[in-house]
Design a protein. Sequence first.
Length: 388
Amino acid sequence: MQTILRKTLICSAISFIVNTAAYAQTTQKSQSLKLIVDKQAHMLMDKYQIPGMAIGITIDGNRHYFNYGLANKATKQKITENTLFELGSVSKTFAATLASYAEIKGKLSMQDKASKYLPTLGNSPIGNTSLLQLATYTAGGLPLQFPAKVDSSEKMLAYYQSWQPEFTPGSKRQYSNPSIGLFGYLAALSMGTPYETLVENKLFSALGMSSSYINVPKEKLKDYAYGYSKSGEAVRVNPGMLDSEAYGVKSTTEDMLRYIEANMGMIPLEADINKALQNTHIGYYKASTLTQALGWETYPYPVKLNTLLAGNSVETILEAKPTKPFKSPQPANDNVFINKTGSTGGFGAYVSYIPAEKTGIVILANKFYPNTERVKAAFKLFKAVKAD
């Protein structure tokens, strides 16, 4: 009996020492990172008059949170890892994941024509466009945004029916909300359930993202930061056609670090959800310096800063870029740098991760500022993590 008790005490002591050491190591890393993160955050906030910023870093499954400034200037509410930010176009990665999941479940094929799920598109150019072309912005020149006059479902359908491509589908990448927005919308139609319901009740639930929403519930509005315009006015995202699919998600650094870890295969998930995430990393073509995946943009790792800056530049977003398709889609692999920027009128987001390093960074701010500044900051943080 005494021998068993002695062994139990020894095991407990060893477990305590190991856990304490791991905690101390995580705390020490957070403290060493804080100096570098503080410098980047304060520089950006001062330069662009950003009221609040939340930065999360995951390293081998250990999460580090760094919070700065205010979620609401009027009430002086502070930013925390539970503050809700608008993700802007990072939302596109959820549309991609949902569609990938639908394909795994046999509800659609990426090669299907859009008209299969929305017959009213008929034999129009957009009706003959494949889901994959919509997902990868190669339908033939759909614009960045819908024209201002397209403000109802009826007008949206009429717009798609009358739209004519500017160039041969597949030949150029033209980054577009109406393109990937329609892709997400059609994915939901294939599953027979509204898009918002699928993302909030199926996808977020399966990913364990309990503080992520398209429509923020009343009881969570207190956590929803205000964004701020160039003039300093408090703003939130305006409703628009296919906004949920293209730029409608609100989330926290805590949930987004979990999302990054899920994408890196570090969290136990339903097998089909895990496969859906991995399939969003498949590369289809090169344009500018990026490889276009589903929702995400990827780069061979290691990668130079200038390569990332070119891929995330205003020019790459606004201008049509010739595509260089691969002979066959490039399978997902760990030796890549994966990223996505996102913006709304009052928010700026950047999510990036390196599966081979099991490291990821999310930077959320409640004011728009240039994508290139987000990339530079994250790049410095990745270097600091690797050097530590």
